[in-house]
Structure formats: C-alpha cells, structure tokens
Ligand binder design. Structure first.
Ligand SMILES: NC(=O)c1ccc[n+]([C@@H]2O[C@H](COP(=O)([O-])OP(=O)(O)OC[C@H]3O[C@@H](n4cnc5c(N)ncnc54)[C@H](OP(=O)(O)O)[C@@H]3O)[C@@H](O)[C@H]2O)c1
Length: 256
C-alpha cells in the first residue's frame, strides 16, 4: 500500500495525529516530541482546541518545526461571524504566535460561516498565502460544490470532513478529492462500531483500530486519517496501520 501522499508540493506519511484533547502539560510536550521522533509527519490542531493549549503545546514542543513535519491548524469555527475576514485574520495571527512559527504549512477554514460567503473567508486566508505566512490551504465539513467554489479563490490542497468506516455521507467528496489530487483528511477516523472489524483484526494479528485505519487507507490513495490520541503506544500502533494490507474481498465485505 502507498505510504505517502502529496500535499501540494510535499510528500507526507498517510497517518497523522489529531490533538483536540491536548492540554498544555509537561507530559504532553514530551509526548509530542516523542511522537515526531517515532516518525509522525502530520499534526492536526486548531485555534479552538483546548482553548489554545493544543497549539501552544505543539509550538513549545517542536518550534522551529522540522522540515519533514506538517503542522496543520484551522480557524473560523463557532458560527455566524467567525469567518468574517477580520475575525479570521486575528485568529491566524494568534495561531502563528502560539505555534511559534513564521509559516503555517496547512491552514483550514474550520467551518463555512453561515453569514459570510466562503469566498470572503478564503480571500482573507489567501492574503496570508500571498505574504508567505501560509503554504497550503484546506477546507473542513464541505460539499463538492463548496470545494469547487473555494478553488476559484485559492488552490485547495486538503479537505477535512467527518468520515470513517461507518460514517460515509462524504463518499462523493472522497471520490472528488481522489480524482483532483486533493488530500482527504477524515476526522473521527476511529468512529463507528469496532465490533464489525474484530474478526478480521484477529486474523491479521492487528488491532480493530488498525483495521479501521487500514480500511480508510485502502478506500482512497488521497486519504490521510488523523486519529486522536494522548498515548505514545496508541500513536505507534496507529502508524503501524500503514503496513497492514487488507485484500479486495475483505475491503468489500467491510464496506457493506
Ligand atoms: N475538522 C473538524 O471539524 C474536526 C472535528 C473533530 C475532530 N477533528 C480532528 O480529528 C481528530 C480525530 O478525532 P478524535 O480524536 O476526536 O476521534 P478519533 O480519532 O476517532 O478517536 C479518538 C479516540 O480513540 C482513542 N484511540 C486512538 N488511537 C487508539 C488506538 N490505537 N487504540 C485504542 N484507542 C485509540 C483515543 O484514546 P487514547 O487517547 O486513549 O488513545 C480517543 O478516545 C481530532 O483530534 C481533531 O484533530 C476535526
């Protein structure tokens, strides 16, 4: 199975780490350092997570960021007004400060603001791209039509939507991203019923979580899941899913 995917002009390993429970503690600073030492190449955070402590912890642990690492963050979550250009620009400045970096490798519009056209939110993000403070842009919880509108404003390198073996409402977005060379980042990748994969896990001498990740990786070469964990053992286990092959038959059976 292909272990890497192209994010714009970069090549990265297809399993990342979600950090929406990461608090700013000494243990977590050590955990993030150890995770990167174990081979992690994509960390997913957001301005919103743990009231800013997630970004702060990643900045403290890793700044200046190693070349092989992509730290992705997001802004504009919270409903009407959060995607207004001035609100979004202030969040981006804050994320740059907390992450202790001059450049954010991947920045997502976390949600489309119901009262601000997505073109206006993305134009605000594009200003940071134009001045070199953001390298790649993504969008989150979007339809194909919204991705197409977004791409008219700025190149879109990644889409992050709710998707896993049991939650398939974005199948069309996965197929679109696969065709268009856009990375598809499923959030809640371990959601759903682990029981459904238990037999196969036993046969493959893997864990149910590894099988759920392997199913996602097999679903599309554009897929880059970001399982959230605060455990180094779980993180290593999740990276181990890159080496797990499931056959066409097993894939079809699990797909339902
Ligand atoms: N774009 C958006 O709107 C959006 C929304 C929600 C989430 N996200 C992102 O998606 C990431 C993933 O979502 P999530 O973390 O909530 O859900 P998840 O990845 O589906 O599941 C995380 C849960 O699984 C456990 N886990 C992880 N690896 C495991 C393993 N190998 N074995 C057993 N248990 C394991 C974790 O506990 P342990 O800590 O004990 O391992 C945690 O309880 C978030 O961290 C965030 O970055 C994005």
């Amino acid at each position: 199975m292909q272990r890497t995917v192209k994010l714009g002009d970069r090549e990265i390993t297809r399993i990342g780490l979600g950090t929406n429970r990461l608090r700013h503690t000494g243990n977590n600073v050590s955990f993030i350092k150890a995770a990167v030492a174990a081979g992690l190449q994509m960390i997913d955070t957001a301005h919103l997570y743990t009231g800013g402590e997630s970004e702060q912890t990643i900045g403290e642990a890793l700044s200046p960021f190693p070349d092989q690492l992509v730290v992705a963050t997001k802004g504009g979550f919270g409903g009407a007004g959060r995607g207004r250009p001035e609100a979004l620009s202030a969040e981006i400045e804050d994320s740059l400060r907390k992450l202790r970096t001059q450049v954010i490798e991947l920045y997502y519009l976390h949600r489309v603001d119901p009262q601000t056209p997505l073109e206006e939110s993305l134009a605000a993000i594009k200003e940071f791209v134009d001045r070199g403070a953001i390298r790649h842009v993504g969008v989150s919880e979007v339809s194909v039509e919204q991705v197409e509108r977004a791409r008219k404003v700025v190149p879109i390198a990644a889409v992050q939507n709710h998707y896993n073996i049991s939650e398939r409402k974005y199948d069309k977005v996965v197929d679109y991203c696969t065709r268009e060379g856009i990375v598809f980042v499923p959030f809640y990748p371990l959601g759903g019923d682990a029981g459904a994969v238990r037999d196969l896990a036993r046969r493959l001498k893997a864990t149910p979580q590894q099988v759920m990740l392997a199913w996602l990786l097999r679903r599309s070469p554009a897929m880059l899941p970001i399982p959230g964990t605060l455990s180094l053992d779980h993180l290593k286990e999740n990276l181990g899913a890159l080496a797990l092959e499931i056959s066409d038959d097993e894939f079809e059976r699990l797909s339902g």
